[in-house]
Structures are given as C-alpha cells and as structure tokens.
Design a protein around this ligand. Structure first.
Ligand SMILES: Cc1cc2nc3c(=O)[nH]c(=O)nc-3n(C[C@H](O)[C@H](O)[C@H](O)COP(=O)(O)OP(=O)(O)OC[C@H]3O[C@@H](n4cnc5c(N)ncnc54)[C@H](O)[C@@H]3O)c2cc1C
Length: 446
C-alpha cells in the first residue's frame, strides 16, 4: 500500500505529527507493537511514575499534619493502572477523530522508501516521508547477576507485578530516573540506597542546582558515590549487591535492585537500508528534525538530544510542519525546553543557567519568604533567574523546591519569547501561589 507518510512508533514523537498530517489531508499509517498510543511515557514512564510520585508526595504532606497514616501501595498501583487505561482509551478516540490508520505491529525497513509492518496484520508500505519515532529503552550494563535486577520498565509498567511496597531497594545509577525513584520510594517508606559510579549525580545538570537538591532530599536516602557495582547475587528472596568503595568490597542485602543506568535509542530492523547517520547519542538530526536523508525525520528519544515527552511532542509537530511545507519552515528551540527532575522535592530548569562571565545578571527569591511554601511548610529552595546584562532579556532560570515543575513553565515562556525583566515584572502573578516568587525575584533587580 502506498502512503504519503509512515510513522514508526506511537509515542509523543509520533502521534502529534501523525494527527496534524492526517488533518492536513496526507495519507498516514502509524504502527506500534504496544497496540496503544502514548509510547514509553504512558506505558512505563512519565504517567505511571508521576502518578506514584504525586501519591508519595501527598503521603508526606499528610503525614506532617495527620498522624498514623501509612500508604496503601496496592491501591496506588491500581490507581496508576486506571489512569493509564483512561489515557489509552482517550488516545483510541483521538485515532478515530484524526482518521489515522493505526496498526498494532512492528515496522521493519525493507528499502529506502519501503517497509513492512508485522503484527495483527502484515502490511507492505511504500512511503514518501518517514517519521522515525522509535524512542529509547533502558541500557543495562553487563554486571554479573544483572538478570536479577529490574528496570524502570518493570517498576512502572502497566499492570506491573510489583504491587507490594518493597521494604528495601538498591538503585544503581545517578541520573534523573534513579533519583526520582529513590525519593518516591523513600517517601512511601522503603529503605533506599543509591549506588553511583562517579562522584556526581545528575551529571548533565548545572552542579550548583544539583547541590541545592542534595541538601533538600531526605537525608535518610543513602547515596554512595564512587561505588561501582561488581555483582548482584540472589539468595532466596533476598539480593546481595556487592560494590567497590575506596578499593574495598562492600555489600548490601536488599529486596529489589533497580538498574537505572541510562537509556539507549531503539532502531527498527533494516534501519541501515535508510542510510541515516547515527552517533553515539542517537539518530543525527538538526533543529528541523530532519536527518541526513531529507525525507526521514527522527523526533524524540531516538535522537537523544532532549529525551522528554514534551520535547518529543514539539519535535513531532516541527517534523510534520516541515513535511507539509516541503522545506524547513519550523525549528525546535532546544534551549527553551524546560526540564524537571521530579524528585521529592523537585528541581527544574530552562535555558542558560550558568554564569561563567559577567554578561549574565542573576535574580533570586528564597521559598522561605513565599506564602504558598509557608502554607505547606516546605521552605527549602529558591527561584533563580538569569538575564542578559544590559537588555535584561530572560536567558534562563531554575526552580528548586515547591511547585518547580509548574513554575518552570512560566519562566520557560519568558525565555522562549525573549521577554525582558521589565515585561516579566509587569505581570500580576496570582496570590497566594508560588508563582509570586518569580516576579519577586525579577523585582529584586529592576
Ligand atoms: C521512568 C521514566 C520516567 C519518565 N518521566 C518523564 C517525565 O516525567 N516527563 C517527561 O517529559 N519525560 C519523562 N520520561 C521520558 C519520556 O518517557 C520520553 O522522553 C518519551 O516517552 C519519548 O517519546 P518518544 O515517542 O520519542 O519515544 P517512546 O515513548 O519510547 O515511544 C517509542 C515507541 O516506538 C515503538 N517502537 C519501537 N520500535 C518500533 C518498531 N520497529 N516498529 C513500531 N514501533 C516501534 C515503541 O513500542 C514505543 O511505543 C520518562 C521516562 C522514563 C523511563
């Protein structure tokens, strides 16, 4: 069958673009072996992990004011599954509304403009354009006994078998999935150890911000730096994790070991037939999301530039627009895409947040002075904004602490639209909301 556009995958990098193209009159076929839309984010990533996170934060907040509360983890997992089901159904309706042909199956590339879908039905596809939205999967290093470990997929997936709260957990890795999982499970009552190979956590994030986070998270989370894991052994229901520290072998006995050691791009079988360039990070694209092969676009995690759902969505829409216009008319501004680490408490940042020379002016406001932070008695952290000297144009900002994932959107909007400190200060942020900290920070420098 001939289609104008083949979309591989059903995640955030795929369906927004597929819908837009179909609405504009293009013939579109999309396939994913999951048989549902939402990709990794909905099936085993953002939505399930954040459902559990929100319940864990609610638990912590409740514990502060109402005694003798303990979380019902099975109920939380049931709720998580229900949220996922609701969203799967919502996406099913969207497929119909947008008139996209969706096949449950895996795509294999068979030629430079041909592919085969193998699944609930077999379809030979000829296409003019390809959207490669195959995403990423956990990277599991070769450690003896790694088969006894679980990944975030096992922990958060739809209808996971893990329905009893683990009494103890060792998390291997120092990235955002490791840290989020550590704080979520600690808040629910699990004893948590984090083993980090190097001397840093969240290596890709400005370490000034990371230092604030380190002071905010529960000090009972045992983070061991410079502690590479040597082996994981199973003894009955227990796991023994052996790691090295300062040249000595040490052990932790635990119920679960979570391998959170990064992610790697997923490429379809026959991918090499396309002639698309790949680097260590992933498929190479420019800001138009086009690869070196002009009719192949690779939005989302598969390119490894900005592995977040909202970024995948934006990239998908840019790819679809450039397919519709037949040239590069839309571009992703990667530097204005906000990033949140949904730890408890969270941190978030957007744009330029370093100040290595004197061309940047910083403005900050501590949450200890913020009314909403006082209402919740969550006084740690701050809002910090970065402006270009002279013009006072917003370059970036970070939020550490209460409501960081929401507040960063307001800052991101200012950065994306090149607003100045004066323009930001003219906005009446609502009271008593933590957004007031943004304008309070701005007012401190004008
Ligand atoms: C635990 C966890 C928590 C996360 N939390 C957040 C968060 O809070 N916020 C956030 O923004 N991001 C979060 N992310 C990241 C987010 O999930 C990804 O950035 C996002 O899902 C990327 O979308 P994508 O469409 O590029 O890839 P994916 O969502 O991975 O989708 C790719 C799809 O392609 C399909 N596929 C692969 N190969 C083929 C093939 N050959 N044929 C057909 N289909 C194929 C796969 O089945 C998959 O469904 C989280 C990730 C994890 C693991």
């Amino acid at each position: 069958m001939k289609y104008e556009v083949l979309v591989i995958g059903g995640g955030g990098a795929s369906y927004p673009g597929a819908f837009r193209l179909s609405k504009a009159g293009k013939t579109v076929i999309m396939a994913d072996p999951k048989g549902v839309l939402g990709g990794n984010c909905l099936y085993q990533g953002c939505i399930p992990s954040k459902t559990i996170r929100e319940m864990a934060e609610l638990h912590l907040r409740s514990k502060r004011f109402f005694a003798n509360i303990s979380p019902n983890f099975e109920l939380i997992q049931d709720h998580k599954d229900k949220v996922q089901e609701k969203r799967f159904k919502q996406h099913d309706e969207e497929i119909k509304e947008n008139n996209v042909e969706f096949v449950k199956g895996e795509v294999q590339v068979t030629g430079d403009k041909t592919a085969k879908i193998i699944g609930e039905k077999e379809v030979d596809v000829e296409f003019n354009y390809l959207i490669l939205g195959t995403g990423s999967e956990p990277f599991v290093p070769r450690i003896p006994g790694s088969e006894h470990c679980i990944t975030s997929d096992d922990l958060y997936k739809y209808k996971t078998e893990i329905r009893k709260l683990p009494s103890s957990m060792v998390i291997i890795g120092g990235g955002y999935i490791a840290l989020e999982t550590a704080t979520i499970f600690k808040a629910l009552g699990t004893e948590v150890h984090v083993l980090v190979r190097s001397d840093k956590i969240l290596r890709s994030i400005d370490q000034r911000l990371v230092e604030i986070l380190k002071k905010m998270i529960d000090p009972e989370i045992d983070i061991k730096f410079n502690s590479p894991v040597l082996e994981v052994e199973k003894n009955g229901n227990e796991l023994k994790v052996t790691f090295s520290q300062k040249g000595e072998k040490k052990e932790i006995i635990t119920e679960k070991v979570v391998m959170a050691t990064g992610r790697k791009p997923v490429l379809p079988k026959g991918f090499e037939k396309l002639g698309v360039k790949v680097s260590q990070k992933g498929v190479e694209v420019d800001e138009s999301i086009r690869t070196n092969i002009p009719y192949v676009f690779a939005p989302g995690d598969v390119n490894g530039i900005s592995p977040y759902f909202h970024s995948a969505v934006r990239q998908s829409l840019v790819a679809s627009r450039n397919i519709l216009t037949g040239r590069n008319t839309d571009f992703v501004n990667f530097s204005s895409i906000p990033v949140t680490v949904f730890t408890i408490p969270p941190i978030a940042y957007v744009g330029i947040i370093t100040n290595r020379d004197s061309s940047v002016i910083e403005a900050s406001y501590k949450f200890e002075r913020d009314s909403r932070a006082q209402i919740y008695d969550e006084l740690e952290g701050e809002v910090r904004l970065f402006f270009e000297k002279g013009s006072l144009r917003a370059l970036g900002g970070w939020v550490a602490g209460i409501d960081a994932p929401s507040l960063i959107n307001e800052i991101g909007y200012a950065v994306h639209n090149g607003l100045t400190a004066k323009q930001m200060a003219e906005f009446a942020d609502q009271h008593p909301m933590s957004n007031e900290s943004i304008t309070n920070a701005v007012r401190s420098i004008i």
